[in-house]
Design a protein around this ligand. Structure first.
Ligand code: 9MR
Length: 369
């Protein structure tokens, strides 16, 4: 693969044509999210998609102005990056790297091992048993981490490995702390440790993260999910596994109650184990319309969001990344299972569908300080 060439070019900051940040239609007054976070010693970032940036100058300008970190929303996942065994598609990642270099941004890697987004050949390989599974993991990590090394120094090594407890959305049909996935079936419960060790071996100075969702709310199932993650993390650290950080996705749900105390205690527990903790995919779902008017809904959501982000910062979180900047481009709109069935607007991001800043953004600014 031409990985090292790509890496060098991206590291030099070559800009792909068409990826030049443009001028936003309605630049908000006052500091950017990025500057406000920075002033407080925090980092703000967003997920982004190369194809969306390519076609929209206004979005490019917003992303360049607001974010200090970019996460490929799609482009670094197994399916897009290695659609057939040994066949690599790094062009969209290169585009994002060029964009990020032009905007003075860092890239965060997402993700190496996940139960979704896997090409058929990988699922077939995993079904062949542990030896083959280990080999494809090693080959993929070595190639991808090698190619991206100059521009991505942090990766979600395993994404969403914790099983959903009873009572939560989509509860796990199997017992145990780990989610039933093709990786678990191929390699057994040691697959998380194996993935961390394989990543560390591929690049000794990468920052290695485990990333998961459903840990923020004040519900029995979120409490159980937090306990499951803590058990996994303690066991990994006891075995000397290379783990640096935890990513909490923070796909928040307005229907779920939130209380700062248990969340802050959880964050402090993780940090006392020597790990840093980030919010990696922040957005807010409003499955039940909370008020008839947009202004009231936005105000309620902003208040909820501010409380969570303040608690996160109090618990030691230093990086806050939203899963996209605008309501227009979000998975909350495009994924049938989570889109609003009544057609009401989804408003879980800092900017609305016309790229106008919203109370969500003001809430972030307030939480930053
Ligand atoms: O938002 C992402 C969407 O565009 C992709 O189609 C999808 C599958 O690759 O993944 C979405 O991002 C997910 C993330 O990778 C992991 N946490 C949940 C996110 C929303 O589904």
């Amino acid at each position: 693969m031409a990985g090292s060439t790509w890496g060098r070019r991206a590291a030099l900051g070559l800009m792909a044509a068409g990826c030049t940040p443009g001028r936003p239609p309605a630049q908000p007054h006052g500091p950017s999210l990025r500057a406000a976070a920075r002033a407080r010693g925090l980092v703000f970032g967003t997920a982004a998609q190369a194809a969306l940036l390519r076609q929209d100058a206004a979005l490019r300008a917003l992303v360049a102005a607001e974010a200090e970190v970019l996460v490929p929303e799609y482009e670094a996942k197994w399916g897009p990056v290695q659609p057939r065994e040994g066949e690599w598609n790094l062009a969209p990642l290169q585009e994002l790297a060029s964009f990020a270099a032009g905007a003075g941004q860092r890239l965060r890697g997402h993700c190496l091992v996940w139960h979704e987004g896997n090409p058929d050949w990988l699922l077939a390989a995993l079904a062949e048993g542990p030896a083959r599974a280990r080999r494809v993991m090693e080959d993929h990590f070595r190639a991808l981490l090698g190619a991206t090394a100059p521009v991505m120094r942090e990766w979600d090594v395993v994404n969403e490995m914790i099983a959903n407890p009873p009572g939560s959305d989509n509860p796990s049909p199997t017992p145990g702390d780990l989610r039933d996935t093709p990786w678990l079936r191929a390699l057994g419960p040691g697959y998380v440790e194996l993935a961390l060790r394989t990543a560390r071996q591929a690049d000794r100075t990468l920052r290695l993260t485990l990333n998961d969702y459903g840990m923020e709310a004040d519900t029995p199932w979120a409490a159980e999910k937090r306990a499951r993650l803590l058990r996994l993390v303690r066991a990994l650290l006891d075995r000397g596994a290379p783990l640096d950080a935890i990513g909490l996705q923070a796909h928040l749900q307005m229907r779920e109650p939130f209380r700062p105390e248990p969340f802050i205690a959880f964050l402090r527990e993780l940090r006392s184990l020597g790990l840093s903790v980030s919010l990696t995919e922040l957005d807010v779902r409003e499955p039940d319309l909370l008020a008839p008017g947009i202004a009231e809904r936005d105000a309620l959501m902003a208040a909820y969001l501010e409380q969570v982000v303040r608690a996160a910062i109090e618990g030691g979180v230093r990086t806050v990344i939203t899963w996209g900047l605008t309501d227009r481009d979000s998975w909350l709109v495009s994924m049938p299972a989570v889109a609003r069935p009544d057609g009401a607007a989804t408003r879980g991001h800092p900017y609305d569908a016309e790229l106008r800043p919203k109370p969500f953004r003001d809430a972030l600014l307030r939480a930053f300080g």
